[in-house]
Design a protein around this ligand. Structure first.
Ligand SMILES: C[S@@+](CC[C@H](N)C(=O)[O-])C[C@H]1O[C@@H](n2cnc3c(N)ncnc32)[C@H](O)[C@@H]1O
Length: 338
């Protein structure tokens, strides 16, 4: 069984439609929860589900029992698949009706037992952060207290790159930054965490549709030089910043003088127009990394995501297509040149 989570249960319907349209009718939402089950055997390798937040691929399920017995049963299956003397990513969480994703209570007890079971084989769980180059063990306690667990080796981490998330249960809450000129800054922070790549000091970033400047603010905070494009100026401090070049121009007509490290776009525009940007920046390889939000009006335009997925599969970038926690009626496409 594959378990696919989405941002919240308002998005389950779209996720089911996306799965049915692309993979199989043999998928069922868990009523009242942001979770969809897909029958085992459906091949999700190298695929994209825009409305998923994370996934437990090829998960096995242990029915409700004492925590000790459930964990022993799970480890019996998982341990032979993980090399000894290694570090792994490990997420253990419960899906609850009242609190959503929970790492405390039963999940915390399960995690303690999983960690000590792994330690016996010299397998250590990363305490902080997430490393996409390491294997990944996920344990999900379902609302009926059965336990689903999924283990991916390093090769599978690549194959399911866009479906999994470095955030426990796909849930992320970017820290508040009151100095940012807009709340939109959360999107560029979350996208970098998902990609596992950070904007570095001295890099050049082009910010398309930058006003009032939340994304430019974050790029500057991380030490990048920014070319910011919009019809309206940015917040004054950013306009005065010598490392920000503001261009009052149409972002769709702009062409880079040199290859840039990052191009990011939060332009409010039809998805077809974002495909035009992707055509120039990504297919034309004018950037090393990119982040573009795709904004929808209502729910009639989601079909166009197929075109973004086609590009994702064909381009020379490792792409992630996901609805960020910070996205409203939007999804984000992001990637790095391979
Ligand atoms: C959602 S806002 C961007 C918010 C910004 N990312 C932030 O963090 O503050 C979208 C911006 O896109 C700009 N925009 C829309 N069409 C544009 C175009 N053709 N060229 C440049 N900017 C455009 C709008 O003026 C608007 O400021």
């Amino acid at each position: 069984m594959h378990y696919i989570l989405c941002k919240d249960d308002k998005w389950t319907k779209e996720l089911v439609k996306e799965i049915r349209g692309e993979f199989t009718n043999e998928c069922e939402p868990l009523k009242g929860f942001p979770l969809v089950e897909i029958k085992a055997g459906v091949n999700l390798k190298a695929s994209y589900l825009a409305f998923s937040s994370t996934a437990l691929i090829n998960a096995e399920v242990v029915p409700e029992d004492s925590v000790g017995k459930q964990v022993s049963a799970a480890l019996e299956v998982v341990l032979p698949k993980i090399d000894e003397n290694t570090k792994i990513n490990c997420h253990v969480y419960a899906l609850t009706a009242k609190y959503g994703i929970l790492e405390t209570g039963r999940a915390d007890i399960v995690k303690g037992k999983v960690i000590s079971g792994l330690k016996k084989k010299n397998i250590y769980c990363l305490r902080k952060g997430f490393d996409r180059s390491l294997p990944f063990l996920q344990v999900l306690i379902l609302p009926d207290r059965s336990m689903a667990f999924s283990s991916l080796n390093t090769e599978e981490m690549n194959q399911y790159h866009s479906l999994i998330s470095p955030f426990v249960g796909g849930f992320n809450n970017v820290e508040d930054d009151k100095r940012a000129p807009s709340r939109a800054y959360r999107k560029i922070v979350e996208a970098q965490l998902l990609m596992g790549v950070e904007i570095s000091a001295g890099e050049l970033l082009v910010d398309l549709g930058a006003c009032p400047g939340g994304w430019t603010y974050i790029a500057r905070k991380q030490g990048a030089r920014v070319i910011a494009l919009d019809r309206s100026p940015l917040e004054e401090t950013l306009m005065q910043d010598p490392k920000v070049s503001f261009l009052k121009t149409d972002a769709f007509k702009y062409e880079a003088e040199e290859k840039v490290d990052w191009v990011v776009s939060d332009i409010i525009s039809a998805p077809e127009r974002i495909l035009e940007l992707i055509d120039y920046w990504v297919l034309g390889k004018h950037c090393t990394h990119f982040i573009f939000t795709i904004k929808f009006q209502g729910d009639k335009e989601y079909g166009i995501l197929e075109k973004f997925k086609k590009v994702a599969k064909e381009c020379d970038y490792r792409v992630i297509l996901k609805q960020l926690n910070a996205n409203k009626n939007e999804v984000t496409i992001m990637g790095s040149l391979t």
